[in-house]
Design a binder for this molecule. Structure first.
Ligand code: SAH
Length: 249
């Protein structure tokens, strides 16, 4: 079980696989008012930076589930590096339908991987099965700064269609429609987007230099040539991203 290889090629050096900087991830941990011993489940935990740093900074304990063997292995190594391997564990597997095996947790998260539950509503429903009453749910999700005028523009923003995402007010109101209060949010900004996206370019260039005979060379070469200008014209202008903390009404 693995994710498409192109993601691994682009993001092997990313600790955070989203348009968030370490500062923003730390800010999110602070504003959630976490107390030592808080239990967490993270679906699509990537390289584990959220659970590992919050275990270090806030005494959280938790489990992450991710489909990428590489990211899962990096998450386990990060836990050892930060001295929190006794507090966090990372499971390699499909998180679709995953419910906490240790009983309800205080914090249930899916940050930038809501396809796991078939979209925001399905992911909220899935996470709710692992969350204790009164617990906090975290959803990381893109939104439109402005709606793309047509299908082609949406695709150039890495979406499949303009209906993939909502405007921020619509996304926030939608959480209410699902029966949840939004109690915190931390949003990406252009610098945190640039760190995420430009990190791909650096990693892809290094990969190209060291994989001249790889079957994916031409694809990665073409992407690196086109992506900076595409990103500046489209994703950077149209796509927002944030993590939203929810509590059931
Ligand atoms: N939350 C992490 C990773 C976000 S990127 C962070 O913010 O850094 C999306 C992640 O979802 C990737 O790590 C990818 O491997 C994982 N993923 C994709 N499909 C998945 C699935 N069906 N089950 C579990 N993880 C999945």
């Amino acid at each position: 079980m693995d994710i498409p290889r192109i993601h691994t090629i682009r993001e092997s050096e990313h600790r955070i696989h989203n348009p968030f900087t370490p500062t923003k991830l730390a800010r999110l941990g602070e504003v959630l008012r976490l107390t030592p011993g808080t239990t967490a489940l993270d679906l699509g935990s990537g390289s584990g930076e959220m659970l590992c740093t919050w275990a270090r900074d806030h005494g959280l304990t938790g489990t992450g589930v991710d489909l990428s063997p590489l990211f899962t292995q990096q998450a386990r190594a990060r836990a050892v590096e930060l001295g929190v391997a006794d507090r966090v564990r990372f499971i390699h597997g499909d998180a679709a339908g995953y419910v906490s095996s240790d009983g309800p947790v205080d914090l249930a998260a899916c940050v930038g991987a809501t396809w796991i539950g078939g979209g925001v509503a399905g992911t909220v429903e899935l996470l709710a099965k692992s969350l204790r009453p009164g617990g906090i749910m975290l959803i990381g999700e893109p939104f439109w700064h402005r709606t793309p005028p047509d299908q082609q523009t949406a695709e150039l923003c890495d979406a499949t269609s303009p209906s993939d995402f909502l405007l921020l007010p619509e996304l926030l109101a939608g959480f209410g429609d699902l029966g949840y209060d939004v109690v915190q949010m931390v949003l990406a900004d252009q610098d945190s987007w640039d760190r995420y996206q430009a990190g791909h370019w650096f990693t892809m260039r290094t990969w190209l230099d060291t994989h001249p005979d790889d079957e994916m060379f031409a694809e990665v070469r073409a992407e690196l040539s086109a992506d900076p200008a595409r990103y500046a014209q489209y994703t950077r202008e149209y796509v927002g991203w944030g993590v939203f903390a929810l509590r059931q009404r």
